[in-house]
Design a protein around this ligand. Structure first.
Ligand code: NAI
Length: 320
């Protein structure tokens, strides 16, 4: 099969002045995309500002024969970032929401500022850049958007209440953008990367950082951004060359009312707890509609009165 290229595609990568974003920008640029390298140039806590980081990556792309321009706005100025793409290249096809900061503290020590700054950069920033790009993508009938979450968001992580909340918020945002974008050929997927970057250099030994180079994540982002990739609304965990798709899983569930006229009590829930939590024969409901449909189906099958015959697809609670 032919190598993948991004000729005639314009890509915006936020936070591309270093780390993973730089890796994404370099790969997309080397495969023919015209790249807007956005970076505010601050430190990992979101303090400071400099044009150096973005300029250096633009220079790397150009000296390898690619096309790139820098943008130094914060992702909180999403309109300006997309404007840079439109002014320089006329359109925007690919948006990788990657910029991020950390302000780790245990929950009681998390200040309002720690909470707000992390949310402003990750969640509000990704929303603002995406909202600015979406109408352009909609008009042209093509778009590829990436949101960046974290396993800290998926599972939680000590000292990262602010970060994990914002990061899981990004998965929700991504899922809705995927739904709203579907009929316009705008795909939106989420990645949870592991990368050896300045964000992780304090918590990993040097040889591990080397094994987790951004080069081992960037191909996943590139594929998801390619026009041949039609997946949308997916979540991928990736690092060191390993790539895995994640999804929600639910137990088959238990109807805790015996009939339409039966009361539901905390005791019925307690008595069925093992069954409620039993993942044997688990399901993977994939949408609001499927989940609501599943509940409605069980309700439909609920007996009118206790003791009459049952036609359940989901087992009813045994009342005790
Ligand atoms: P990094 O600190 O090397 O890169 C983040 C970049 O975003 C920096 O260049 C920074 O200047 C830029 N940035 C920060 N605030 C900005 C703003 N308001 N506007 C524009 N640019 C801004 O970090 P790394 O590791 O490359 O992280 C990239 C993304 O991946 C982040 O969203 C991070 O949360 C996420 N992530 C990284 C993991 C890892 O293992 N490195 C793990 C899970 C998620």
């Amino acid at each position: 099969m032919a190598p993948l290229n991004f000729h005639n595609k314009v890509a915006v990568v936020t936070g591309a002045g270093g780390g993973l974003g730089r890796g994404y920008a370099l790969l997309l640029g080397s495969r023919g995309a015209k790249v807007v390298v956005n970076d505010l140039g601050g430190d990992t806590k979101g303090e400071g500002k400099s044009s150096r980081a973005a300029d250096a990556v633009v220079e790397e792309i150009r000296s390898a024969g690619g096309t790139a321009v820098a943008n130094y706005d914060s992702v909180e100025d999403g309109e300006n970032i997309i404007q840079t793409a439109l002014e320089n290249f006329g359109h925007i096809d690919i948006l990788v929401n990657n910029a991020g900061i950390l302000r780790d503290r245990s929950l009681p020590r998390t200040s309002n500022t720690d909470w707000d700054l992390v949310h402003r950069v990750h969640l509000r920033g990704s929303f603002l850049v995406t909202r600015a790009a979406f109408p352009v993508m909609k008009k042209q009938g093509f778009g590829r958007i990436i949101m960046t979450t974290s396993t800290a968001g998926i599972f939680g992580n000590f000292g990262q209440a602010n970060y994990s909340a914002a990061k899981l918020g990004l998965l929700g945002l991504s899922n809705t953008v995927a739904i709203e974008g579907r009929k316009y050929n705008i795909n939106c997927n989420t990645v949870a990367p592991f990368g050896g970057t300045r964000m992780t250099e304090d918590i990993m030994p040097p040889d591990m950082l080397e094994e987790l180079k951004p080069e081992f994540v960037a191909p996943v982002v590139s594929w998801l951004c390619h026009e041949d990739c039609h997946d949308t609304g997916g979540l991928y965990v990736t690092g060191g060359g390993w790539v895995s798709k994640f999804r929600w899983e639910n137990t088959t569930g238990v109807m805790c009312r015996e009939s339409r006229v039966s009361a539901m009590t905390p005791e019925t829930v307690r008595d069925n707890w093992d069954k409620i939590c039993d993942f044997t024969n688990s399901e993977n409901l994939e949408s609001n509609e499927e989940t609501t449909g599943s509940i409605l189906e069980v309700l439909n099958n609920l007996k009118d009165t206790p003791g009459t015959e049952l036609h359940h697809t989901h087992s009813p609670a045994s009342t005790s």
